[in-house]
Ligand binder design. Structure first.
Ligand code: R5P
Length: 295
């Protein structure tokens, strides 16, 4: 069955790279915004009977990019696509994955239900905040972890490396990165003084003194989490602190905050465009796609 890669307005070049790697045809969705702000999309080719791979990331403006994706998915189905695969490198709303306070929307559930009902038969995303969230998607899904690619960027720069997760939730990433680098890993444990309310970060198992530390996390948004971790690791005696993340949202002067917190270098993947998005996730996604495309 013929497969074609379709680049949405927020594909950040990943569509083109994937198509090249898989030796598939690539087309861009036609796209414009009406004077009142509504989105318009159109497929420039016939989709009848084809496997359609739609690449659209959900970086800011998330809501606009989400609506564009929904329009594209539904239209692909209408136009007779045999199978529709949504490739969503940055899956927005993934941090609101449960009701932290009564009455809240479980946003990721809503987004995944919407993608499915619009027409996504399968979903590929990159480093979703919590992998279990993908259970809300009632189709096949693959979460690509781009650690091999991120770590490769740093490999030659680190001496006596150590990988640290900025919190317990991120420890799986740290473990995988450490396995690749063949070095130890740990996570920063947050504790709060019940009297003063002060938050402190501590390490349990490893000594960071005179080591190059690589902090890995899924998202850098305001940079607060990474900055705090970097400060603490420097206090504990780390030689240099490097930071790697998958999704560089970089809001409110995040990069400056990281520099001020002593981060030597920070790098991200290209799921979200930014000045530090230097590592491509295209190969990792192409590999996952091979499992979903039928030949
Ligand atoms: C939190 O659970 C995430 O994994 C990130 O650590 C967090 O969202 C980063 O946000 P910020 O850069 O604003 O601290």
């Amino acid at each position: 069955v013929e497969a074609v890669v379709i680049g949405g307005p927020a594909s950040n070049g990943i569509d083109n790279e994937i198509a090249k790697k898989l030796n598939l045809k690539r087309e861009k969705l036609e796209h414009k915004i009406f004077p009142d702000g509504e989105s318009y999309i159109r497929y420039p080719i016939e989709l009848e009977g084809k496997q359609v791979i739609i690449v659209q990331s959900l970086y800011p403006p998330q809501d606009k990019h989400l609506v564009e994706l929904l329009l594209a998915l539904d239209a692909a189905k209408d136009l007779g696509a045999a199978k529709v695969i949504a490739v969503v490198p940055y899956l927005a709303y993934s941090r609101q994955d449960r009701r932290f306070r009564g009455g809240e929307a479980v946003s990721i559930k809503t987004v995944l239900k919407a993608l499915r009902s619009a027409g996504a038969d399968a979903l590929i995303t990159v480093d979703v905040h919590k992998e279990e969230s993908l259970n809300y998607f009632e189709g096949s899904s693959i979460n690509v972890l781009p650690l091999r690619e991120l770590v490769a960027y740093f490999e030659d720069k680190l001496s006596e490396p150590l990988v640290i997760a900025p919190d317990k939730g991120a420890v799986r990433r740290a473990r995988e990165a450490a396995n690749i680098l063949n070095c130890p890993y740990d996570y920063l444990e947050k504790s709060r003084n019940r009297i003063t309310g002060e938050v402190s970060l501590s390490l349990k198992g490893v000594d960071v003194r005179n080591r190059d530390v690589l902090i890995v996390d899924d998202i850098i948004s305001t940079g607060g989490t990474m900055a705090l971790a970097s400060r603490r690791l420097r206090e504990l005696g780390a030689r240099r602190v490097f930071a790697a993340c998958t999704h560089a949202l970089l809001r409110r002067g995040a990069l400056k905050k990281l520099v001020n917190a002593g981060v030597h270098e920070v790098v991200a993947t290209n799921t979200v465009p930014s000045e530090i998005s230097k590592v491509s996730v295209a190969s990792a996604i192409a590999e996952a796609l091979r499992k979903l495309i039928s030949v």
